[in-house]
Design a protein around this ligand. Structure first.
Ligand code: DSN
Length: 438
């Protein structure tokens, strides 16, 4: 899997030994630790190579099109010369994004902006396109699984807009009736749906109805589940959402970037909000890598991959439940699992999820601490968030998930026993070998 990196290492080492040493060390770390953070994945060699292409040298402020009276027209909308290849590349990735995300919903009715540097600027661009400072929007609270950019008070989206936060039920489910009631009371201009830590299917149709009933735009942030949506293993947000944002490096398995797809009538406002409103020149090397990743996602094999991500998550969740862990939502329907370790059965109950995350890393199991519904102090969370996109990319299937669940259970039971954790770490390292050689 990581073998081709040695060539890159040699090239960097010729010029900079310090950076080459860090790259080599990170390569080893990634090969010896179970990658279970649900927002991480492992890109293909072609995606990695496109990222290091000469497109990194080119400035390309503007777009490969112009908007005239709300209609997109073929024209060079760049500010600098030398754009023959950047224009062709950006048009290619726009078309691939529309084909992938809007296939059954008339791609010609949609527009894609592929320049967002990641999910946070994508969300901010959309909000700034349709809200004035002080305007109201709704989003899922961070400690209930939402994202910072869905209106958390420390984020710019919570500072300049009036962000009304909705939550989950005590069982960890989206409460659509309560969300509808809140929308009727607050009259938001935009409703954001989507999450960073929600293990169940999102009902975009219901969200669409709620937004429509109060005259709000629906923004679906599908950063976590984009790969599942395009593969048909999670419902697609279109046609219910007006705008979709996503990062491209999670289940979609591309470079670290952001995508905005919207109903065409909103395209001009969104393009303008992103550039010149928020960003400068797009990173054309990342856009080249995104083009490659979208081609990979359009291949039928990607559907098989996405299905396996979910099957793996379900297998892992079932075993963890059997072991006594309390899972938010009582399991998973997507790629992630949220364990409430402070309220699990005594055999796996741990009073401190932050320390547990650190001790799991000692056992070569890399996950992240996460707030769960009901946490009174989100900075001292009760949850551990796990995901299967990266281990599925490595070729692991249900049999390996049973083994991973056993590692996690043992490491949790012995979380204060460094010697035992080191022993588990050695076993995990050996377990990874066949999956990372290549
Ligand atoms: N950091 C991402 C995640 O882990 O879900 C969200 O931005």
């Amino acid at each position: 899997m990581y073998a081709q990196l040695s060539n890159i290492l040699d090239l960097v080492a010729d010029e900079d030994q310090e950076v080459a040493a860090l790259m080599a060390a990170e390569n080893i770390r990634q090969s010896e630790n179970l990658p279970l953070i649900p927002s991480e994945n492992i890109v293909s060699t072609a995606v990695a190579a496109a990222l290091s292409s000469c497109f990194t040298n080119k400035y390309a402020e503007g777009y490969p099109h112009l908007w005239k009276e709300g209609k997109k027209v073929e024209a060079n909308g760049r500010y600098y010369q030398g754009q023959a290849n950047t224009n062709a590349l950006e048009k290619l990735v726009i078309n691939r994004a529309l084909q992938l995300f809007c296939d059954n919903n008339n791609p010609e009715d949609y527009h894609a902006n592929v320049q967002a540097l990641s999910g946070a600027p994508a969300n901010l661009a959309v909000l700034s396109a349709f809200l004035n400072p002080g305007d109201t929007f709704m989003g899922l609270a961070l400690d209930n699984g939402g994202h910072l950019t869905h209106g958390h008070k420390v984020n710019i989206t919570g500072k300049i807009y009036r962000a009304v936060q909705y939550g989950l039920t005590d069982e960890g489910l989206l409460d659509y009736d309560a969300i509808e009631e809140l929308a009727k009371k607050e009259h938001p201009k935009v409703i954001v749906c989507g999450a960073t830590a929600y293990p169940l299917t999102i009902d975009f149709e219901r969200f669409g109805k709620i937004a429509k009933s109060v005259g709000a735009l629906l923004l679906a942030d599908i950063s976590h589940i984009a790969g599942l949506c395009v593969a048909g293993v999670h419902p697609n947000p279109f046609p219910h959402a007006d705008i979709v944002t996503t990062t491209t490096h999670k289940t979609l398995r591309g470079p670290r970037a952001g995508l905005i797809i919207c109903k065409k009538a909103l395209g001009q406002q969104i393009d303008k909000a992103l550039f010149p409103g928020l960003q400068g020149g797009p990173h054309m090397n990342t856009i080249a890598a995104l083009a490659v990743a979208l081609k990979e996602a359009l291949d039928p094999s990607f559907k098989t991959y996405a299905r396996q991500i979910v099957s793996n998550a379900i297998a892992l969740a079932e075993d963890l439940k059997q072991a006594g862990f309390k899972l938010i939502g009582n399991g998973t329907q997507n790629h992630l699992i949220l364990m409430d370790v402070r309220h699990s059965k005594p055999e796996v109950c741990v009073p401190d999820a932050s320390q547990l995350a650190e001790q799991l890393e000692r056992a070569h199991i890399v996950a992240n601490k996460n707030a769960v519904p009901g946490d009174l102090k989100p900075w001292i969370p009760s949850g551990i968030r796990l995901g299967t996109p990266a281990v599925t990319t490595l070729g692991m299937k249900e049999a390996e998930m049973h083994q991973i669940a056993a590692f996690i259970t043992r490491a949790t039971q012995h979380w204060q026993d460094d010697a035992e954790l080191d022993k588990i770490g050695a076993e995990v390292k050996a377990f990874m070998v066949p999956f990372v050689q290549g």
